[in-house]
Design a protein around this ligand. Structure first.
Ligand code: NAD
Ligand code: DAU
Length: 339
């Protein structure tokens, strides 16, 4: 089995590579990543010399480079994590989101058609469903919930999902799509809520909470997301969408206070700042389908996962300090200078 994992130098993709090396030691993995600001090759250092692993610095929008790679590697499966993933950045500069998230997905699927593939899996998000009101805790996103997006990021992910469905129906491409809720865990880029708050809190810097901090997200430990994708690859039905989430809804302000409490700091660090434009109020996934069809259930309780995550950031300060000070960008040059 040879699997291309795009976006594997990012948060979830790298965790997926580590998960697959542990659980399927006979698989060959090829990580395709452009190494944007969010890609950090240092993260992949533990697998760089693994004979079952290869890294290819490629932009998924670069059709020639992608085709050449498929020609050389002849992959059986492609899992597409590569994306511009940060909502705030999409509000500032939408175009790169449309290029990578939509057109990059198209290039990958064209390569799958040209060279043949057993499965193309698209890693999507619950944000394609828009948001839910705070006063209706009985409502959840199911796979049948209409797409209804709020940000350029979520619109680009929904567009890609539609294109993936179209390639299945029109060309018979064997696709699956997963739509997961907010992930947390090791190696998340410190621009996202949880790692940003941990990093700022340890440095006694202000903790910027958007609006009043009442927005709700449905948090899932990253390894549980990886396990769900693995199950979909093994037993999922071609053409299907699977929602992934662990019924763990939290208000942003409560997460921030939990981090402050764990690190023994003062709540005076909390700074309420101007709200995100178009800010989604609440996400909440109904994971009944993936549970019934594939037996998936999350294994990590939030109370344990958040402590593990905070401990990881404290134990791995150089990883995120190199990001904050920018030196992680030189790692690729150092890593490949003598290869
Ligand atoms: P991330 O920003 O941490 O990583 C994205 C990776 O993709 C980076 O390594 C980056 O270098 C790479 N990349 C970006 N553009 C590329 C291009 N044109 N060609 C090749 N590589 C490129 O993102 P993440 O949080 O790990 O998210 C991974 C995927 O999961 C995304 O598709 C995202 O939409 C989806 N998702 C994320 C979450 C979450 O909570 N983080 C939840 C559900 C779904
Ligand atoms: O739901 C899945 C999505 O989760 C993924 O598709 C996205 O790629 C991922 O980035 C994430 O999107 P969010 O916008 O929910 O995540 P973020 O960490 O940016 O923000 C979480 C919440 O915290 C959100 O309500 C905004 C708020 N926030 C965020 C930051 C960075 C703050 O209050 N302050 C902040 O500084």
């Amino acid at each position: 089995m040879k699997m291309i994992v795009t976006g594997g130098a990012g948060f979830i993709g790298s965790n997926f590579i580590f998960y697959m090396r542990r659980t399927h030691p006979d698989y060959d993995l090829v990580c395709v990543d452009k190494l944007t600001y969010a890609g950090n090759l240092e993260t992949l250092a533990p697998v760089m010399d693994d004979p079952h692993f290869r890294f290819a610095k490629i932009d998924i929008c670069d059709r020639k480079a992608v085709y050449d790679l498929f020609e050389a590697e002849k992959p059986d499966v492609v899992v597409n994590f590569a994306a511009e993933s940060h909502v705030d950045r999409s509000i500032e500069t939408p175009e790169i989101f449309l290029q990578t998230n939509i057109l990059g997905t198209q290039v990958l699927m064209d390569a799958c058609r040209k060279y043949g593939i057993e499965r193309f899996h698209q890693v999507s998000t619950d944000e394609v469903y828009g948001d839910l009101p705070l006063d209706r805790p009985d409502l959840f996103f199911t796979e049948k919930t209409p797409l209804h997006t709020s940000s350029p990021y979520s619109a680009s992910k929904a567009s890609a999902d539609l294109l993936v469905g179209a390639y299945h129906r029109t060309y018979g491409l064997p696709v699956t799509i997963s739509r997961c809720s907010n992930n947390y865990g090791p190696y998340q880029f410190p621009e996202k809520l949880i790692p940003l708050m941990i990093a700022n809190c340890t440095a006694d810097k202000p903790l910027p909470v958007y609006g009043q901090g009442l927005n709700v997200r449905d948090w899932l430990y990253v390894e549980d997301h990886c396990a769900a994708i693995d199950l979909i690859l093994q037993g999922g039905k071609v053409g299907e969408v699977y929602n992934i989430g662990g019924h763990n809804e939290m208000r942003n302000i409560d997460i921030v206070k939990l981090i402050i409490g764990t690190l023994g700091k003062s709540e005076d660090l909390i700074t309420f700042v101007t709200d995100r434009k178009g800010h989604d109020m609440r996400y909440a996934i109904d994971p009944t389908y993936i549970h019934n069809e594939l037996g998936w259930l999350p294994e990590t309780k939030f109370a344990d996962g958040i402590q593990k995550t905070i401990a990881w950031y404290l134990d791995n300060r150089p990883w995120w300090e190199n990001i904050v000070n920018g030196s992680y960008r030189d790692y690729y040059e150092r890593m490949y200078a003598n290869r």
